[in-house]
Design a protein around this ligand. Structure first.
Ligand code: PLP
Length: 433
């Protein structure tokens, strides 16, 4: 098969980028390195489509890695941004819309009594963990293998095998001292968590988890897993943090609580919360949140926190997320799942799909995927050819087998059906290798 190549203008721009930006990108996966290609360069995006500088159009299943739940360039969000810009792009002082967004978030998440706005998911999780440590006076945290919580030091830990393994840095630059305070457990394995709680009793401040994992493909919590985690946390005096940077506003109107009826002590938000602008948030129990400065002793701050343009986009986006819209998202997600299953079947390729609403994880495996080990066992070598064939046929998915596909409210049945031939070709190409 002839290798997919970005157009000449894309290549020229990327070459120039590589001279001044490390690896040519401002976030690693964008470089297409994992699929041995060079990236196309985006000119603009509208609705379910993204257009490159060479004039190619792709149906976009990245959706900016989650935020674009209404599709690109929603006119209400655009109008809100423009109106906000005209009043000033940053004040470094309080404005009314911050409270409007905080109230909106609180109204959707019953576990959130107070919330602080930040500018990214990374800031949200980093601050939530500092707060948990400040509140409990304990140092260690537990995370799950294959979950991603942004790029702050505490989270860049590779568990190795087994639940009770002490952290080993998986990024250079993370000190051993920091790594030792991060314990890693296996997703969907309560017993492993309990063993850690036993072994490090009295030392653990919090458990942080993606209630539906979206950074090792999509992995769903087993029935009662989150409930069991809640009970364990209560029994051992450990705080439970739901990292809902992907799932918040995405899997249901009220996020994980609505889906699973489990209340976290702290919740982190991002992505959809800003509707494509830099907004993150962390919130939860009032008694814990009051430990944050200036109310309390845990320091956290941000020059652009609560930025008026970003906040306006967040409000405009969340206001459109009605019950009807979630019905649409569910329909669109189910439709894509169906198309993937049909085309894979027709091509004779075995796949396993995990889906929650508009989040879809596709694995080249015929087994149920329940944790990171399962994910790693699925045949990701097939992914490159799948990815490349899709690009050639006008479909853009994330360039990694460990990422999910997102659909928006404008990825309608018609749009998805138009992608069917591309998926069929891609699965046939996979079958041939
Ligand atoms: C994307 C993501 C983050 C980090 O958010 P950024 O805005 O990229 O810093 C944190 N947690 C989860 C679950 C994410 O998917």
């Amino acid at each position: 098969m002839e290798k997919w190549q970005p157009g000449n203008i894309s290549r020229e721009i990327f070459n120039e980028a590589c001279k001044v930006i490390p690896g040519g990108v401002n976030s690693p996966v964008r470089a297409f390195q994992s699929v041995n290609l060079e990236p196309f360069i985006v000119d603009r995006a509208k609705g379910p489509f993204v257009y490159d500088v060479d004039g190619n159009c792709y149906t976009d299943f990245i959706c900016s890695w989650g935020p674009m739940i209404l599709g690109h360039g929603d006119s209400d969000v655009e109008d809100a941004a423009i109106a906000a810009i005209k009043k000033g792009t940053s004040f470094g002082a309080s404005h009314k819309d911050e409270t409007t967004l905080a109230r909106l978030i609180k109204s959707r998440f019953p576990s959130i009594e107070k919330v602080r706005l930040v500018s990214s998911g990374t800031e949200a999780t980093m601050s939530a963990v500092r707060l948990a440590r400040g509140f409990t006076g304990k140092n260690k945290i537990v995370k799950f293998d294959g979950c991603y919580h942004g790029h702050s030091d505490s989270f860049l830990i590779n568990a190795g095998s087994g639940a009770a393994t002490l952290g080993v840095p998986s990024s250079s630059g993370v000190t051993k001292a920091v790594a030792e305070d991060t314990l890693s457990a296996v997703y969907n394995d309560l017993e492993g968590v309990e063993n850690l709680f036993e072994k490090f009793d009295g030392e653990i401040a919090a458990v942080i988890i993606e209630p539906v994992a979206g950074n090792m493909g999509c992995v769903l919590p087993k029935e009662n897993f989150l409930q069991g985690l809640r009970t364990l946390c209560d029994n051992y005096g450990v705080l439970l943090i739901f990292d809902e940077v992907i799932t918040g506003f995405r899997i249901a109107k009220g996020g994980a609580f609505e889906r699973f009826n489990v209340k976290a002590d702290l919740t982190t938000l991002g992505k959809v919360a800003g509707g494509g602008m830099p907004v993150g948030a962390f919130g939860g129990r009032g008694d814990i949140m009051d430990f944050i400065a200036p109310a309390g002793s845990v320091y956290q701050a941000g020059t652009l926190s609560g930025n008026p343009v970003a906040v306006a986009c967040g409000i405009a986006t969340i206001n459109k997320l009605t019950d009807n819209l979630y019905t649409e998202l569910e329909k669109n997600g189910a439709c894509l799942e169906q198309i993937l299953k049909e085309t894979a079947d027709e091509a004779g390729v075995k796949i396993s799909i995990n889906r929650m609403g508009s989040i879809i994880g596709l694995f080249f495996s015929d087994e149920k995927i329940l944790n990171y080990d399962d994910v790693k066992k699925s045949d990701s070598s097939k992914f490159n050819i799948f990815f490349e064939t899709l690009l050639k046929n006008g479909v853009s998915i994330a360039p990694s087998p460990f990422e999910v596909m997102f659909v928006s409210s404008v990825h309608t049945k018609e749009i998805l059906n138009n992608c069917k031939p591309a998926f069929l070709k891609a699965f046939k190409a996979v079958k041939e290798v």
